[in-house]
Design a protein around this ligand. Structure first.
Ligand SMILES: Cc1cc2nc3c(=O)[nH]c(=O)nc-3n(C[C@H](O)[C@H](O)[C@H](O)COP(=O)(O)O)c2cc1C
Length: 212
């Protein structure tokens, strides 16, 4: 079946794309207004886009009434935020922070999150997150009245000691972090426990062994 995406309503485009492009990692974003009001919210239009500069991107949709979400407004004001990754143990707390609370509500307090000061940006990071990335905004792209993209540089990474296998070689025990990911529908998530390994092909091996 074909779906003529540009001809469809945005809500239907969302259903097709967000249900197919899965699993998506979740950025649990902590941010702060210029006046210091704290905020936490999950964003699964999120990924890592390359190491030089260390780039992450977030996709933020406006609220149904057209106003900016608090994370968007805070990042626009300050240019800073922290991406905290979400482990299974934090799933309920993460879910609570997606609540459609008014801007003056601090979801960090609401969800009883333990936070500590970041090193290079003003918003705090979440202590229970297996990894947190302090970010500075590089570009904010307004794609429409309904959608913005934040392109940001990671200026400091924190990985909980328990998951650092070899500090010198920068090896991390990804499986042990038990990260969750967003799948389809309103509330379906994936656990990250089922992996398999495949080595990358190397041309000289393949070319030297035609037919294999
Ligand atoms: C797992 C999860 C992922 C989400 N991903 C996004 C997203 O990528 N973009 C977005 O605009 N909203 C996303 N949301 C909805 C926001 O978290 C929600 O609108 C929240 O209230 C925004 O909070 P804020 O106004 O404090 O930033 C997601 C919600 C959940 C539970």
């Amino acid at each position: 079946m074909r779906f003529d995406i540009p001809a469809m309503k945005p809500a239907d485009r969302y259903k097709i794309l967000a249900s197919a492009i899965t699993p998506r990692p979740i950025a649990w974003v902590t941010s702060q207004s210029a006046a210091g009001g704290r905020n936490a919210a999950p964003y699964s239009f999120f990924n890592f886009f390359g190491p030089d500069p260390a780039t992450i991107v977030l996709g933020l949709m406006a609220r149904p009434d057209g106003t900016l979400k608090d994370s968007d407004a805070n990042i626009l004001e300050t240019g800073e935020f922290v991406v905290n990754l979400v482990c299974e143990a934090d799933a309920q707390a993460m879910n609570l922070t997606c609540i459609d609370a008014p801007p003056d509500v601090d979801e960090i307090t609401l969800a009883k999150l333990e936070v500590v000061a970041s090193d290079r940006v003003a918003p705090p990071r979440i202590v229970t997150a297996p990894a947190s990335f302090e970010c500075r905004l590089l570009h904010r792209l307004t794609l429409s009245a309904a959608q913005t993209l934040m392109v940001a540089e990671v200026v400091m990474a924190h990985v909980a000691d328990a998951y650092v296998l070899d500090e010198q070689r920068c090896h991390i025990d990804t499986g042990a972090m038990h990260l969750i990911a967003r799948v389809h529908g309103a509330g379906v998530y994936l656990r990250s426990g089922d992996t398999f390994q495949m080595d990358r092909p190397v041309w000289k091996d393949v070319a030297g062994n035609p037919g294999k």
